[in-house]
Design a protein. Structure first.
Length: 331
């Protein structure tokens, strides 16, 4: 009989590429991972790993076993969810991942809704980039997470993670000072709206994040390679730097409530989509289902549609501003 925990290790090796990476992610020693994979090979009765230079890689039999491991682990997750549903009440720890801009806007309202409806739940929030959420869910570090993707940076297919839509919001170009001459029509293309800033310095998220990839690819689609001066993940910092003329940057509509008065915001034909992610098979777990319902309530979702009232959301957590930042002609 194959051990499920060892199947999990084999799947993680397939995903992460090295035994050292698996050990670090799952807080094991590399030797412990190697020993467990050797035991799995004996259980399977065929070689699952082979040397390739200084690394070990999966054999064809190993890859076949991983494909079955995905289905086995998903069924186990579903079984755990159904057993949790048989218990009375919803309670205990719930480990939640969130992208940075989801923290001030979505998370507080979601936790308030959870506290109202399920006071025995113990939410624990951890900030994490969307690109690392799948690893965190598979490793058991997270139970559920808020994630997002952008036009030009769609989410990579991952059969180990399920997602449900939460909201979609437009992106804005944030700049300071005088706006370069350019099209003022609402129907202007991305190239027409970004082109005037082709030679300006840019403010992006840190390299390796989805926000950074979106910024670079959007500029490339507009016909130029951005000259990146600043790399920061906090949209409030992006807005503050743009307001004093340190460069141009991209921000989602959710972040515009925090815009300084001197920043110019131009709406772009570019969107960000936020979702709730959890391990495949875990959507029926009462705590996960409760989180999804609370998050949808927090953003004003109705039914299965990803709709929201950002004005109400921003008012609830930022307060009404007596003056609003200037909107560019694209708004």
């Amino acid at each position: 009989m194959l051990d499920v925990r060892r199947l999990h290790l084999l799947r993680e090796l397939d995903r992460r590429g090295t035994i050292a990476a698996v050990a670090e992610a799952l807080t094991f020693t590399a030797s412990a991972v190697s020993q467990q994979l050797s035991v799995l090979e004996r259980e399977a009765g065929v070689p699952l790993l082979e040397r390739s230079g200084r690394r070990v890689v999966l054999t064809p039999a190993g890859r076949t076993l991983v494909s079955h491991a995905d289905a086995v682990l998903e069924r186990l997750e579903l079984a755990v969810s159904e057993l949790a549903g048989a218990r009375e009440g919803i309670g205990g720890p719930l480990r939640i991942g969130t992208f940075p801009s989801g923290g001030p806007a979505i998370v507080p309202a979601t936790l308030a809704e959870l506290a109202l409806r399920h006071p025995a739940l113990e939410p624990m929030v951890r900030e994490i980039d969307s690109a690392r959420v799948s690893d965190g869910l598979r490793a058991g570090e997270l139970d559920v997470a808020l994630v997002h993707d952008y036009d030009f940076v769609p989410a990579s297919p991952d059969t180990t993670v399920d997602q449900v839509p939460l909201l979609e919001e437009p992106m804005y170009l944030a700049t300071g000072g005088a706006r370069p001459a350019g099209p003022a029509a609402r129907g202007a293309t991305l190239g027409e709206l970004l082109g005037p800033w082709a030679t300006a310095p840019w403010i992006t998220a840190r390299d390796g994040t989805t926000g950074h990839a979106m910024a670079v690819r959007a500029c490339q689609a507009a016909g130029f390679q951005p000259r990146i001066r600043h790399q920061v993940n906090d949209f409030r910092t992006v807005l503050a730097l743009a307001a004093i003329g340190q460069g141009a940057g991209f921000v989602p509509e959710m972040a515009t409530a925090h815009a300084p008065e001197d920043v110019v915001l131009t709406r772009l034909p570019l969107f960000r989509r936020s979702k709730v992610a959890f391990r495949a098979g875990g959507g029926t777990h009462p705590a996960i289902a409760a989180f999804v319902a609370a998050a949808r309530t927090a953003v004003g979702a109705t039914g299965g549609a990803a709709q929201k009232d950002l004005a109400a959301l921003n008012t609830a957590f930022s307060g009404r501003r007596s003056r609003r930042p200037r909107r560019g002609p694209g708004r």
